[in-house]
Design a protein around this ligand. Structure first.
Ligand code: HEC
Length: 202
């Protein structure tokens, strides 16, 4: 045989041997691994720091923090962080029936009140004050967000727009968000109750 043929034979033989070896290798189960929860909260060191990061990237403040005016427009007012719609702030003079008829949403200048076909919704107070979520357990917090239910009452009403549907958020993520929100300054602010659409006679 010529060298080339010998080489070809050797390659085929090697291939067969490795095929045999693969077929006879002990079968290993593919185990699905969860993203590893490292003891240090995915590199953030603690649940509160991880929660702070999540709250920042999910931008809870854009709706839940009242705004202050700057030369670049309204920005979240850090001194009132996460305190929700201020109690006595009046709504702008909007024709609510028009928003209901055509299905659009109007956000007021403070960015904490939202007028639309559902009526008017007001961003909640998320601070650890009694008028916020001060008395809430972590379980109640998880049910509220995961199941999109007002005050975590399963039989109760759904949360209104524009509160996003964070229904696929994990327990670890929710626990971290909750842990962080326990550390922010408690602010007394009783957020007004949501209003039904004008078409609903009260
Ligand atoms: C686009 C605006 C918007 C964003 C962003 C937003 N929310 Fe909300 N959220 C609302 C509004 C409006 C309500 C009130 C809904 C209602 O009355 O049903 C609300 C309600 C809630 C409630 C329910 C309070 C209660 O009394 O039942 C919780 C808890 C909450 N938000 C937490 C969060 C957290 C945590 C984030 C960030 C991860 C977040 N929200 C991001 C607008 C928003």
């Amino acid at each position: 045989m010529k060298t080339k043929q010998l080489l070809a034979c050797a390659i085929v033989a090697a291939g067969l041997v490795s095929l045999w070896a693969c077929n006879n290798a002990p079968k290993t189960e593919t185990v699905k691994t969860e993203p590893q929860k490292v003891n240090d909260w995915y590199g953030f060191g603690s649940d509160t720091l991880y929660g702070e990061h999540l709250v920042a990237i999910l931008d809870c403040a854009i709706c839940h923090t009242p705004k202050k005016m700057t030369e670049f427009g309204p920005v979240p007012d850090e001194t009132r962080a996460f305190s929700g719609r201020p109690t006595d702030m009046p709504l702008p003079p909007i024709d609510r029936a028009l928003a209901e008829k055509y299905g659009f949403m109007v956000m007021d200048g403070d960015g904490t009140a939202f007028i639309g076909p559902w009526g008017v919704s007001f961003a909640a107070n998320l601070t650890p004050h009694a008028t916020g979520i001060g008395s809430w357990s972590v379980e109640k917090f998880i049910t509220t967000i995961r199941e999109h239910k007002f005050k975590g009452i399963k039989e109760g009403r759904d949360l209104l727009p524009p509160m996003p549907f964070f229904t696929t958020i994990t327990d670890d993520e929710l626990k971290a968000v909750y842990a962080y929100l326990r550390t922010v300054k408690p602010i007394e602010n009783m957020v007004p109750s949501a209003l039904p659409p004008t078409s609903v006679k009260q």
